[in-house]
Ligand binder design. Structure first.
Ligand SMILES: CCCCCCCCCC/C=C/CC(=O)SCCNC(=O)CCNC(=O)[C@H](O)C(C)(C)COP(=O)(O)OP(=O)(O)OC[C@H]1O[C@@H](n2cnc3c(N)ncnc32)[C@H](O)[C@@H]1OP(=O)(O)O
Length: 359
């Protein structure tokens, strides 16, 4: 039996209720079938090569050629029906449940023994920071700054600490185009880094594995950095056509000398944990086999110290730099905004995404 218009509308509603993301490939398939079913064959002009998302959509729709509208409608309904049985539906979520009050989508946040632990929780993506994660980290930091814990820890779930900015952040182009995307990215980044600059309690990084990009640069704003000997520290900004952020253009030369900072931030030299420790970026390195046990024992002891004294001591160590750090942050974001629009950056992102079949 052919799918009716009613079946098609039901399927469209069903798609909105899917709780789990079915993935880019399926979303493109759904999009193309929807367009074919409602508008017929694609006769739109092909988007430019840098308009990544719209080009992928156009390609998917155009690939359907002259498939009849009714067949596309049937295929759409069949595809949604197969998805609904394999993916959980959000209709099972309690009405009125506020996700933010019950938990985070990209983080695991716990508070015990005087320590608030913010764990990056996208292990299958090596804890890459997507836009939602940037927002959730800001939210978690603001909450931690006001809770009863004495210290706050950032760490990663799985084998990576973090692979840095999620490169798919570049693909979702809004109607205002790439310029608007870059502008919004710079606003988000400035606010995000600002939360680290202003964080009032001791902030400790427990670097459980390799760290890339912004997860490395931010370390200059932490009060202590403990690393497993499995961790590496890599800022491939030039390879990506980008420039340093997280105030690293200021903190790294101070921490490790301008020449060593250049090797990392300009030439993309990857440091081992031992090298990062020798250069002052890491406070102490532990064997991976005993890392968690040793670090958490130490952190629990720190968390028993008088919290007000720790807060005030942090303030006196950090406060005279705050204004400078905010100015550096603003400048870095403005430079990056321009970099994101460059061919060098676009090409590097396209290369990564096409290697990973995300386009
Ligand atoms: C203009 C828009 C702006 C938007 C808003 C942005 C605001 C802030 C920007 C701040 C800028 C920060 C700069 C940086 O952080 S630069 C660093 C960026 N990161 C990278 O270049 C790392 C890229 N990843 C890799 O090189 C490798 O994945 C890896 C980390 C070396 C691991 O390699 P391995 O072979 O072990 O594993 P896979 O590659 O198979 O990875 C497993 C899956 O994870 C996905 N993945 C990993 N890292 C990222 C990433 N950074 N972005 C997106 N996805 C990532 C990978 O694709 C695999 O996914 P799959 O299983 O679905 O294929």
């Amino acid at each position: 039996m052919r799918a009716s218009q009613k079946d098609f509308e039901n399927a469209m509603n069903q798609v909105k209720l899917l709780k789990k993301d079915p993935g880019n490939e399926v979303k493109l398939k759904l999009y193309s079938l929807y367009k074919q079913a409602t508008e017929g064959p694609c006769n739109m002009p092909k988007p430019g090569v840098f308009d990544l998302i719209n080009k992928a959509k156009w390609d998917a729709w155009n690939a359907l050629g002259s498939l009849p509208k009714e067949t596309a409608r049937q295929n759409y309904v069949d595809l949604v029906s197969s998805l609904s049985s394999s993916l959980e539906s959000s209709s099972q979520v309690e009405p009125g449940t506020d996700r933010k009050s019950t938990g985070y989508e990209t983080l695991m946040v716990t508070s015990e023994d005087g320590i608030t632990k913010i764990m990056l929780n996208r292990p299958t993506k090596k804890n890459a920071l997507n836009v939602e994660m940037y927002h959730e980290i800001m939210h978690a930091l603001k909450a931690a700054s006001k809770d009863d814990s004495a210290i706050t820890v950032l760490t990663g779930n799985g084998d990576y600490y973090s692979s840095g900015n999620d490169l798919t952040n570049f693909t979702d182009i809004p109607p205002g185009g790439v310029e608007e995307k870059a502008k919004n990215g710079a606003i988000l980044l400035r606010e995000f880094v600002g939360c680290f600059i202003d964080f009032p309690k001791p902030l400790i990084a427990v670097v459980n594995g390799p760290a890339v990009g912004i997860s490395v640069t931010l370390l200059g704003l932490f009060d202590a950095v403990y690393a497993s000997d499995r961790a590496t520290f890599h800022t491939p900004f030039s390879h990506l056509g980008q420039s340093p952020e997280g105030c690293s253009s200021y903190t790294f030369p101070k921490i490790m000398s301008p020449a060593k900072a250049t090797e990392m931030l300009v030439f993309g030299k990857k440091l081992t944990a031992g090298e990062a420790c020798a250069q002052g970026l890491v406070t102490e390195v532990f064997p991976d086999s005993t890392f968690q046990k040793e670090v958490w024992t130490r952190l629990k002891a720190f968390a028993k110290l008088p919290p007000n004294a720790m807060r005030i001591s942090k303030e006196i160590i950090r406060n005279r730099e705050k204004e400078k750090l905010h100015a550096v942050n603003a400048e870095e974001c403005s430079v990056l905004q321009g970099r994101w629009l460059s061919d060098e950056c676009m090409n590097a992102v396209v290369n990564f995404l096409s290697r990973k079949s995300k386009l």
